[in-house]
Design a binder for this molecule. Structure first.
Ligand code: ROI
Length: 160
């Protein structure tokens, strides 16, 4: 199954946090890391009294069920010292969001797919469109069209 993961960090050397998380994604069982967007610097969405974020999107091919993949992502976050008791929308060492899992729609207590933040977050849409320009959300919306229409003010792609 193709799956897309949003990565974000704004604490403890974000570039190193993303690199570590990518190594962990590449090492997941029954999973291949097949695509990686550029890295985007951008100001925080939410409370502004926190450092800027580094965001990227990874494309996976996986045989893990969505719930197992989500649990694995949370395991990677925990291994990198993610604290969950901070303020809502506070700073984080690493955040791994399961954005889409094939065309699956899920609404359970544990998991909503596609991720409800995709459409409103330029720092998700723009890198997602980079790795999956032909992707459509289950409701038919084109990710490329959403990204082209997004307000990318403040989103700065890192030079390779
Ligand atoms: N803001 C940006 N720019 N990038 C993120 O990854 C991000 N993640 C979050 C909140 C706190 C909502 N803000 C963010 O979880």
């Amino acid at each position: 199954m193709p799956a897309y993961v949003g990565l974000g960090s704004n604490l403890d050397d974000p570039a190193a946090q993303l690199a570590m998380a990518l190594e962990a994604l590449a090492a997941l069982p029954d999973t291949r890391l097949v695509a990686l967007s550029g890295r985007y610097h951008n100001p925080p969405m939410g409370p502004q009294d926190q450092p800027d974020y580094l965001n990227a999107v990874a494309g996976l091919l996986t045989r893990l069920p969505a719930e197992a993949l989500l649990a694995a992502l949370q395991g990677i976050e925990d291994a990198q010292g993610r604290r969950r008791e901070g303020p809502r929308w506070g700073p984080r060492t690493v955040d791994l969001d399961l954005l889409a899992y094939g065309n699956t729609r899920i609404e359970s207590d544990a998991l909503t797919l596609p991720h409800p933040g995709i459409c409103s977050r330029p720092f998700v849409l723009v890198p997602l469109a980079e790795v999956a320009p032909g992707l459509h959300l289950p409701d038919g919306q084109s990710v490329a069209a959403l990204a082209a229409a997004a307000d990318a003010t403040g989103l700065r792609r890192e030079e390779p």
